[in-house]
Design a protein around this ligand. Structure first.
Ligand code: HEC
Ligand code: HEC
Length: 343
């Protein structure tokens, strides 16, 4: 964003320069805009590159940084960068990046120290961005690096030493080597999209519209979902009228309880990715052997596991299958559907 802004400021300057030599008359007639002054451009032109280019003159020490940090930053980020309440953690977290819930901090995650200087100068303190002097930012940056055990306490940070700091996770950033990432655009004899087979989708995430009719995937399931929706509606209306509904043409669905029928769309949209095939060690729907021991625990336990998440012998069931937007009731209905379809 800042880069393009810089460009447009430069364009303005350039435009103005041209206007002066050529079409001055017109510019004056319109009487709008003003040439950005060198000072104005400098005010925006504050990005800093990993090699330190763009750093202002100055230096800062861990020692002075400590006092400034305590004054301006610790109320939110904690005295030691541990983060107060839900404010971001700035230190620690090393070796957590491969965990399910990594602690991403300046020390554990950020690839370049230059970003730290840039970020603090640009955006912090949260309530008063750009209020610190360049010198103060040097002190505080040094201190945050110290909190992360990246520099010693006698370290002095300046525009030369900053670029020499190697951040612990620098090598964690690399160009994705997987071959399909470097796909070149196909210009002729391309694969027919109709022949492409999508093996798994997430409702609300995978775009619809590329699906092969009848394929064992999404379209199938998105449409099935609508079908279920209309069936559910029929059942609902019929129950108001006091009628029994045999869900015409839906043999399997007809055998399900109302609750299970109501749960099918949720299952299709949120649970099938794993439970449709047994992915990541999940009990596959329809596989009675996999479900029997679980069913013995009783519905309440299973529903509890599905809502709160559960880490058992075969894998990890994420809370609500990762779809925290679902209500407890929807999850309960989905479990009913899964269980009744697996007996
Ligand atoms: C009022 C609370 C508050 C104060 C005070 C504050 N910050 Fe922040 N800080 C935040 C919030 C909120 C974010 C996350 C902003 C975002 O993600 O858009 C943040 C993000 C950061 C980050 C990036 C963290 C990351 O890993 O993404 C750094 C570094 C940081 N602050 C440093 C500082 C420093 C240094 C100071 C003192 C000069 C400071 N902050 C003062 C609230 C605060
Ligand atoms: C990312 C994959 C994944 C998704 C998505 C997922 N599950 Fe699971 N689920 C699992 C795994 C793995 C297990 C087995 C955990 C174990 O027993 O080790 C499991 C187990 C279960 C169990 C059995 C719990 C028990 O007590 O034995 C239920 C019930 C369940 N899931 C319901 C759901 C529902 C409902 C949804 C959708 C809202 C859902 N799951 C979505 C992976 C998933």
């Amino acid at each position: 964003m800042f880069r393009s802004l810089k460009k447009s400021l430069i364009a303005t300057t350039l435009g103005a320069a041209l206007a002066m030599t050529g079409t001055v008359v017109q510019a004056e007639k319109l009487g709008i805009g003003a040439t950005a002054s060198a000072e104005e451009i400098a005010g925006w032109d504050i990005d800093i590159r990993p090699d330190g280019k763009g750093l202002p003159k100055g230096q800062g020490s861990v020692e002075e940084g400590e006092a400034l940090y305590e004054q301006f930053c610790s109320t939110c980020h904690g005295l030691f960068g541990e983060g107060e309440g839900r404010w971001p953690v700035l230190a620690g977290g090393q070796d957590t990046l491969t965990e399910e819930r990594p602690t991403k901090t300046v020390g554990s995650y950020w690839p370049y120290a230059s970003t730290l200087y840039d970020y603090i100068r640009r955006a912090m303190p949260f309530t008063a961005p750009r209020s610190l002097s360049d010198e103060q930012v040097y002190h505080i940056t040094a201190y945050v690096l110290y909190l992360n055990e990246i520099v010693e306490e006698d370290f002095v940070l300046d525009q030369d030493s900053l670029a020499t700091i190697k951040m612990p996770n620098q090598d964690g950033f690399f160009v994705d080597p997987r071959p399909d990432v470097q796909n070149t655009r196909c210009m002729k004899n391309c694969a027919d999209p109709k022949q492409l087979h999508i093996a798994g989708t997430l409702r609300g995430i995978t775009p619809v519209g590329h699906f092969v009719e009848g394929a064992d995937a999404p379209a199938a399931s998105h449409e099935a979902q609508m079908e279920q929706e209309s069936l559910k509606e029929k059942v609902r209306k019929a129950s108001i009228r006091g009628e029994e509904v045999s869900a015409g043409g839906h043999g399997a669905a007809a055998a399900l309880s109302d609750k299970a029928v109501a749960g099918k769309p949720t299952y299709e949209g949120a649970c099938k990715v794993c439970h449709g095939s047994g992915l990541t060690g999940s009990p596959k729907v329809g596989d009675s052997d996999a479900w029997q021991p679980r069913i013995k625990q009783g519905m309440a336990t299973m529903v509890g596991h599905a809502i709160k998440g559960f880490s058992g012998e075969t894998g990890v069931m994420p809370p609500k299958g990762g779809r925290v937007d679902l209500s407890d009731k929807q999850v309960e209905e989905a479990v009913a559907y899964m269980v009744e379809s697996s007996q």
